[in-house]
Write a protein that binds this ligand. Structure first.
Ligand code: ADP
Ligand code: MG
Length: 734
């Protein structure tokens, strides 16, 4: 029988193994099994002769069970009686005692006549050599261990340890793989042969053999390098193809004009662009002038000036007869973009209106709560082209929203939208795709940008505009310094007395059932026994009646109707509110320069990047900002250490890296990979930057000469497989 990657497992393995593998790991084919790589190698040592078992040494012996006895004992720690199982094994001449505590099932596993491999450390017990709690690998049973000596040749020193579970052991995987690997012929290698030679990688067949049955760790490493590269390479080929497709689509070029709105905006701008803004603006300007769609990610910290850059791009498109749409994740953000863009444009935003700028354009806002008459007008302005800029939330995606000529789509905080949503908006441009600019204030480390956002070109704003006062952050450790909390409220009063405003941020709104509470990123052990996170409602009530009595304290959170939320934000922006007690609704983009102080309650409940985003809300003006991170986490705990890092670091990229490291791979990719087969097993999106960069470069080269992979049919198959696998859903985030 010919066995290849697509052969069903039941053709090669027994029914029971097949079922167990399917149930545990969703495996159907030989390929699925061979792509389930060992996690590490275990040094089982060489088989040791029974004659020279040195005390204190770690040994592995081949032996046969000759007797068993079981007794109970009272554990020193108290509690119920525990079993102790003593099994005597022999090599035919000498005897050795195996002792197990609290493993009563060993009695069933190691019956008389069982032959197996036993590994453990030799010690002396009642003058007899013994292995305490050894590892056991049952090979079979019989009277003659000699029968198994052949098989033990195969039992090399280095054992693969597989991701396993209760029903499928690592040993079972090892045995299944052994059956399959012996049956399978040469595996066709999807990696182009010249690439493989250039990189000095093993052929695929050999790599698979070596990853599962290495003679030593160096063989295993060589196999892993090859297979790890494969994982990166297929992903990068998919992304390279997407970029290629994008480059082959037509778009209407929107070059810079020298007498349009953008030129007038530049002339009227109250500040000069930073070097970073100029560079990013040049990249975008260049993209927009080309005849295929821009597909660019603009990342930059809160306050780094992305909105201004995006606005100039919009004006460039408007100057060419196009319209721009800006999609924001929340009403608060959409409304704020509207306010700030209208303010930045001044009379240029009143095109065609009485007393307005004749050559100007119109900026309209469309959200779920836009009142009907205004909504009707906005829809009309969008459809007629009178509105050059249409801003909004998900409401923009509805069918009734039509554009005269949509030339640019800007998506703010795009990680909050799926591809379908972005596609729904770009589809409104008709047959010619619009240019697309996505913005994020969550800094994305390079490796993640290359994978999760790999089909986007990336522009980064690293510096903040000059003249912005820095934000100082301090941890308020109430565990050690309970009095500092009162001091924090005192600071709020002082700030308000100076005419400034403050935020108090809490992890929870209050009033929800316990189960709905936000999970803390902190370690379970630290938080398990603790009280629920502080709630906006409770904290606000406490402050109003206590530490901040007499100040104008209001609450804002996601459960308020959006008009009320917007109204509160407007009043806060206007200075009619001193202190806003809020959830993370104020996390992204909210811009009130007069707010200078932020107190974050239960700060350890927030992620590192989230805290950084939050504190970006203060110090937006020229007065220095102060962020107080209040926590009950004691000194020396990991969550406290994280807060100390946030307080000490102002670079969002560094913090994003810390944040990533504290999370698991699957979280980064956004895919549910728990226990299931994943397309990325060896590759770490967090650690393997070089591999990913190399794979990206090489994939780009392959795709540029052979975009449809016509002369790389095997690679095309792999790409196809990945594109269709659910596990690759992370690729859809961009
Ligand atoms: P982001 O969208 O990245 O959070 P914004 O574009 O909203 O940042 O800019 C934050 C604030 O800084 C705004 O008030 C904006 O007008 C101002 N700003 C932007 N660029 C500059 C600059 N080059 N110099 C001074 N102020 C700037
Ligand atoms: Mg912004």
């Amino acid at each position: 029988m010919r066995v290849d990657f697509d052969t069903k497992l039941d053709r090669v393995l027994g029914d029971r193994s097949t079922k167990a593998l399917r149930k545990a790991f969703d495996m159907e084919t030989v390929g699925d099994l061979l792509r389930h790589y060992p996690r590490r190698l275990d040094d089982r040592g060489q088989l040791t002769d029974f004659g020279n078992l040195e005390i204190g040494e770690h040994v592995t012996v081949l032996a046969r069970v000759v007797s068993m006895s079981e007794s109970t004992y009272k554990p020193k720690s108290g509690g119920r009686l525990a079993t102790r199982t003593e099994i005597t094994v022999t090599d035919g001449q000498h005897k050795l005692l195996l002792t197990f505590f609290r493993q009563p099932w060993k009695k069933g596993q190691l019956q008389h006549g069982t032959i197996g491999l036993f590994s453990g450390k030799v010690n002396l017990f009642r003058k007899q050599r013994q292995l305490l709690q050894p590892t056991c690998d049952v090979l079979g049973s019989g009277t003659d261990i000699g029968e198994f000596e052949d098989e033990t040749d195969r039992m090399r020193r280095w054992w693969p340890i597989y991701p396993a579970n209760a029903s499928v052991s690592s040993k079972m995987l090892m045995d299944s793989v052994a059956l399959v690997i012996d049956a399978i012929g040469d595996v066709p290698d999807p990696l182009p042969v010249e690439l493989r030679a250039e990189l000095g990688f093993l052929p695929l067949s050999q790599a698979l053999r070596q990853v599962h049955q290495p003679a030593d760790p160096s063989e295993w490493q060589a196999a892993c390098s090859r297979l790890r590269f494969d994982e990166a390479f297929v992903v990068q080929t998919v992304l390279a193809q997407r970029r290629h497709l994008m480059r082959s689509l037509p778009a209407i070029p929107r070059p810079v004009t020298h007498d349009g709105l953008r030129a007038r905006f530049d002339a009227a701008m109250p500040f000069t662009l930073t070097a970073g803004q100029l560079q990013v603006a040049a990249e975008i300007e260049h993209d927009l002038a080309r005849s295929h769609p821009m597909h660019r990610l603009l990342q930059g910290e809160v306050g780094s000036g992305k909105t201004v850059v995006a606005l100039r791009a919009m004006l460039q498109v408007i100057d060419n007869g196009g319209q721009a749409a800006l999609l924001a994740p929340t009403e608060v953000l959409a409304a704020q973009h509207h306010r700030s863009i209208v303010a930045l444009l001044g009379s240029m935003a009143e095109g065609g209106m009485l007393g307005g700028d004749l050559d100007g354009t119109r900026v309209v806002l469309l959200t779920g709560s836009t009142p009907t008459p205004r909504r009707r007008q906005a829809l009309l302005d969008a459809a007629s082209g009178a509105a050059g800029i249409v801003l909004g939330t998900h409401a923009l995606l509805e069918d009734v929203v039509q554009f005269a000529e949509l030339g640019l789509v800007v998506v703010d905080e795009q990680h909050r939208f799926g591809v379908e949503q972005r596609a729904a908006l770009t589809a409104k441009a008709g047959l010619t795709p619009p240019h697309v600019l996505v913005m994020t204030a969550t800094p994305i480390p390079r490796t993640v940008a290359m994978t999760v956002f790999g089909d986007l070109d990336v522009s980064t704003l690293r510096e903040l505009p000059r003249g912005r006062a820095p934000i100082q952050s301090n941890v308020v450790p109430v565990a050690e310094r309970p009095d500092w909390l009162a001091r924090a409220w005192q600071r709020v009063r002082e700030e308000v007395a100076k005419g400034h405003q403050a935020y108090v941020v809490c992890p929870r709104i209050g009033g929800e059932p316990e189960s709905a509470m936000q999970d803390s990123p902190a370690d379970e052990s630290e938080t398990a026994a603790r009280r629920p996170p502080l709630a906006v409602a409770d904290v606000a009530a406490d402050l109003v009646g206590g530490a901040l009595a007499g100040l104008r304290v209001f609450m804002v959170h996601g459960r308020l109707p959006s008009e009320e939320k917007d109204d509160l934000m407007r009043r806060f922006a206007a200075g009619d509110i001193d202190v806003l007690v809020a959830t993370t609704v104020i996390e992204v983009g909210v811009d009130v320069p007069n707010a200078t102080l932020m107190v974050v309650m239960d700060a350890e409940r927030f992620g590192v990047s989230q805290l950084h985003q939050l504190r970006g809300r203060i110090g937006r003006g020229s007065a220095p900002g102060l962020c107080l991170l209040v926590t009950e986490s004691p000194d020396g705990t990991p969550s406290r250490a994280r807060l100390d890092k946030v307080a000490a670091t102002s670079d969002g990229f560094d913090l994003a890296q810390i944040d990533l490291e504290s999370r698991r791979e699957g979280d980064v990719l956004g895919a549910n990979q728990s226990g299931r087969r994943s397309s990325l097993q060896l590759l770490s999106v967090l650690r393997d930057e070089e591999v990913i960069a190399q794979a990206r470069r090489l994939a780009e080269a392959v795709v540029s000469t052979d975009p449809l992979l016509d002369s790389h049919p095997l690679l095309a198959d792999e790409v196809e497989r990945l594109s269709h696998s659910e596990q690759a859903s992370y690729l859809e985030k961009s």
